[in-house]
Design a protein around this ligand. Structure first.
Ligand SMILES: [Zn+2]
Length: 302
């Protein structure tokens, strides 16, 4: 059964065109798949969910060199109209709101600055050096801990100022396969209230959800429940993101799968493997509780 479910995803085959350093590719070089990759912690501490700062930097470089252009959830709604014709879309996401995604450190004079090895600094530095890579990345925030450790309100507003996108990753980080759809609102609406206390009117921009655990069940009208949920008179959820190791196609998104957008966990995949997409699909049952043993780590003091 699971195989049949995964088989409905459309894997993409073929290598990326050699852009930026050569002629624009022919149209047949393009595949319709839109990879959405996800990272969790960006840390020198190795864990099942972490990538090192060096790994994130090299991934960004490799994706840029392979001809990708960063998109945000709004680009899916806009028909990818912002994507240059000779580039292919990719979305980069960071889950949970770990402190190593956005951290301040102090210099000897006691002045605070953004840790150059935290996720947002690595991304921002790369975007400054490669302004044609696209506008930004997505941070999915859960409220089971203090997002980004400290200074949450300032950091959330700064992310939006920088051009990044913020998504909802629930109030308590409970796996959405372990609660009935009738209770999804208990995870989505309180999280929006938490955003609203920090972002005010800017909360209206937060309307996509990454499901804790990476999945939602089938056959129980989960999508209908999500589509009907409102917050301050607007849809609370317009897109939902899985972690299933697949690459969904643009066509698939428009065929009514906006609540089942595939994502790839970059703790399990490498960019070179991404570029050979034909066998990228994995059995997501292998990780039934995606974050269950994910510990909260305080700021590193080295
Ligand atoms: Zn998570």
């Amino acid at each position: 059964m699971l195989f049949l479910i995964l088989a409905s995803f459309v894997p993409v085959t073929g290598n990326a065109p050699d852009l930026d350093h050569g002629p624009a590719p022919q149209s047949e070089d393009y595949a319709s798949g839109i990879p959405v990759v996800t990272y969790h912690q960006i840390s020198l501490y190795q864990s099942a969910y972490s990538a090192t700062p060096a790994r994130l930097r090299s991934d960004l470089q490799d994706l840029y060199d392979a001809g990708f252009f960063l998109i945000l959830p709004t680009d899916l709604e806009d028909g990818l109209s912002r994507i240059p014709f000779d580039r292919r879309p990719i979305m980069i996401t960071f889950d949970d709101g770990w402190e190593d995604n956005f951290r301040y450190i102090e210099n000897a004079a006691g002045e605070q600055y953004i840790d150059p090895d935290c996720a947002v600094a690595i991304v921002n530095t790369f975007l400054e050096e490669h302004p044609d890579f696209g506008p930004g990345v997505v941070f999915f925030i859960s409220w089971d801990k203090v997002p980004f450790g400290v200074q949450t309100e300032e950091k959330l507003n700064m992310l939006l100022d920088m051009g990044h996108f913020i998504g909802n990753h629930s109030a308590d980080h409970l796996a959405f396969t372990k609660i009935p759809p009738s209770r999804y609102w208990e995870q989505i609406i309180p999280a929006l209230n938490s955003f609203h206390r920090r972002l005010g009117l800017r909360t209206s921009q937060i309307n996509v959800v990454a499901y804790p655990g990476g999945r939602i069940p089938r056959g129980v009208n989960a999508e209908d429940v999500l589509a009907s949920m409102e917050y301050h008179g607007r849809p609370a959820v317009t897109q939902g993101y899985l972690v299933d190791g697949a690459v969904g196609s643009f066509k698939r998104f428009y065929e009514g799968n906006e609540f089942r957008i595939s994502r790839i966990d970059m703790a399990l995949y490498s960019v070179p493997r991404l570029l050979n997409w034909s066998n990228i699909m994995i059995e997501s049952e292998a990780r039934p509780s995606l974050h269950d043993d994910l510990p909260w780590r305080p700021i590193q003091s080295d």
